[in-house]
Design a protein around this ligand. Sequence first.
Ligand code: ADP
Ligand code: ADP
Ligand code: ZN
Length: 217
Amino acid sequence: MNIILLGPPGAGKGTQAKILAKKFKIPQISTGDILRGAVKDQTPMGIKAKGFMDAGALVPDSVVVGIVEERLAKEDCFDGFILDGFPRTVAQADALKEMLVSHGKAVEHVISVDVNKEELLQRITGRRTCKGCGRGYHTVFDPPRVDDKCDECGDGLYQRDDDSEETMRKRLDVYEEQTAPLVTYYSNESLLRSIRGTGSIEEIQQAILRILEGVRE
Ligand code: ADP
Ligand code: ADP
Ligand code: ZN
């Protein structure tokens, strides 16, 4: 099952991808997570990507396409994968199609998660992430049981550098300009299904599962 979760920053892609990954035992591939890991480790790629990320801009296509190509070649992707935050440009979508075709594969589901701007701003400003296991939280909508401590691993939570109000507005503009065209792109390929991304995390998960219905767990 090859799935793409499409949607603006804060739509809940990561939250939903993690639940799906557990349920279907296929990996979540978040280019944002991979890039943040590279920034933290100060690899050459991370050093190159940091400026773009801090500015709320997209990292060049060649860099992210390379990341995804390498990741999809790993054995754990053979039975399927969930792409979260990739593709983000038409060029990335074209590159993805090409790399999958060369392995006799294809994208099967593109689920677009729609959330209005007000809610996105609230979600992004309250987003917190566990330093240890990467689980996401929200200060109001999904708080940890103990302040600033992860329920699952007990590690501390942090706020992403690019989740400031200013950078977030820039990221939303970038989404509109460069990523939103993918809605038309995938609807022309008859792969797109849109869902309302407001409501509880569980309700949204159910809406996604209804789309994937018929697909065995
Ligand atoms: P969000 O979950 O808020 O949408 P991500 O974690 O997916 O954010 O991405 C954070 C940043 O990493 C982006 O603003 C961008 O700079 C970079 N990035 C992630 N994925 C891509 C991609 N597919 N193409 C270009 N840049 C990307
Ligand atoms: P994305 O990966 O699309 O940028 P996240 O999954 O990181 O989005 O979610 C952004 C923030 O919104 C996180 O703090 C998360 O806890 C919170 N969130 C996710 N889904 C919901 C929801 N259905 N209702 C309220 N808050 C949510
Ligand atoms: Zn944790």
